[in-house]
Ligand binder design. Structure first.
Ligand SMILES: CC/C=C\C=C\CC(=O)SCCNC(=O)CCNC(=O)[C@H](O)C(C)(C)COP(=O)(O)OP(=O)(O)OC[C@H]1O[C@@H](n2cnc3c(N)ncnc32)[C@H](O)[C@@H]1OP(=O)(O)O
Length: 309
């Protein structure tokens, strides 16, 4: 990860500068960051990693390379002590057009195998690999703030529901498009969206009719927590939020993400037991005393120097 961010820094000169200069780095004009061909990775602020889906000419459609590169990128971020929080966004005016329909036709719908059992076996394996592309976001202990502008279609909804905080612009819309192309969504939306949105009826309606949901309804339903006037304001807001997270104890922040996800998928009793076991070691961190001392001195936790994690 360090290698990737450094190459982004040398390529786009994205060193930390306060104010407007920092925000400019959020648009990564240089295109994808090698070795990636669909992702641009940079460090717009200390401990903040920006991952941008970068195929604007194809409306950020998710091609074969994207599905693979996401796993590589987020596996590296998970183990990168320089990163405490991730901002994920899409280049251009469309967050994502979902799966690359050319790949769907030429690859996914042409399974290999000598008979039905073997073809089915291979399809199952392929779907599991596609699912991993978004599950890595959830497995990554660093919180992921996703910023959505314009259309967020199909696989885009799978992606954002695996993120921790969702922001969007006033012109954003969301579409669980899969039934329109003849398939049941299979890489996360049907599993995660009901846990994000309170209304089961609304989830069912969106998934069964493929109707578009616009920003205001997304906010009212709880899919996003904030709506911004335009992309520039949203990216500034995302960076500010990321700075708030990055300024706090990484032991506390990452423990919070892991326990929130665990508790989402378990009973309250199981979640409490997991939490007690988690904190029996994590409470022994120096970060508690450092943070408590700052609080007593009426200082922000952002003034504390926490060790890397
Ligand atoms: C195992 C299965 C795993 C996952 C399954 C996921 C399912 C899905 O994701 S379903 C969703 C599929 N997506 C769509 O149906 C969206 C199709 N695209 C559009 O509706 C529009 O492009 C748009 C996103 C609304 C944007 O419109 P506009 O700004 O007018 O751009 P266009 O002129 O339409 O497109 C520009 C350029 O991009 C190419 N493109 C757009 N979407 C896709 C796509 N999904 N796949 C491949 N390519 C796409 C389009 O062909 C144009 O390319 P040119 O080369 O310039 O012609």
């Amino acid at each position: 990860m360090t290698f990737i961010v450094r190459s982004a820094i040398s390529k786009n000169r994205t060193v930390w500068l306060p104010g407007l200069s920092a925000l400019r780095t959020m648009s990564t004009p240089g295109g994808p960051t090698p070795p990636f061909t669909t992702l641009s990775v940079s460090q717009p602020a200390p401990s903040v990693t920006h991952v941008e889906l970068h195929r604007p000419e194809k409306r950020n459609a998710m091609n074969k390379a994207f599905w693979r590169e996401m796993v590589e990128c987020f596996t590296q971020i998970a183990g990168d002590p320089e990163c405490r929080v991730v901002v994920f966004s899409g280049a251009g005016k469309v967050f994502t057009a979902g799966i690359d329909l050319m790949d769907l036709a030429s690859d996914i719908l042409q399974p290999t195998g000598d008979d039905m059992a073997r073809r089915s076996w291979n399809i199952r394996h392929m779907i599991a690999k596609y699912q991993e592309t978004f599950t890595v976001i959830e497995k990554c202990p660093k919180p992921v703030v996703v910023a959505v502008q314009g259309p967020c279609i199909g696989g885009g909804v799978d992606l954002i529901t695996a993120c921790d905080i969702r922001l969007c612009t006033q012109d954003a819309w969301f579409q669980v498009k899969e039934v329109d192309i003849g398939l049941a969504a299979d890489v996360g939306t049907l599993q995660r969206l009901p846990k994000v949105i309170g209304s089961r009826s609304l989830v069912n309606e969106l998934a069964l009719t493929a109707r578009k949901m616009y920003a205001d309804e997304a906010k009212d339903s709880g899919l996003v927590s904030r709506v911004f006037q335009d992309k520039e304001a949203m990216m500034a807001g995302a960076l500010e939020m990321a700075g708030e997270i990055a300024g706090r104890s990484p032991v506390a922040v990452q423990g919070t993400k892991i326990n929130l996800i665990y508790s989402r998928d378990h009973s309250v009793a199981e979640g409490l037991e997991y939490m007690a076991t988690w904190n029996m070691s994590m409470l022994q961190t120096d970060d508690v005393m450092k943070s408590a001392t700052a609080a007593m001195e009426k200082k922000s936790p952002k003034t504390v120097a926490f060790s890397k994690l």
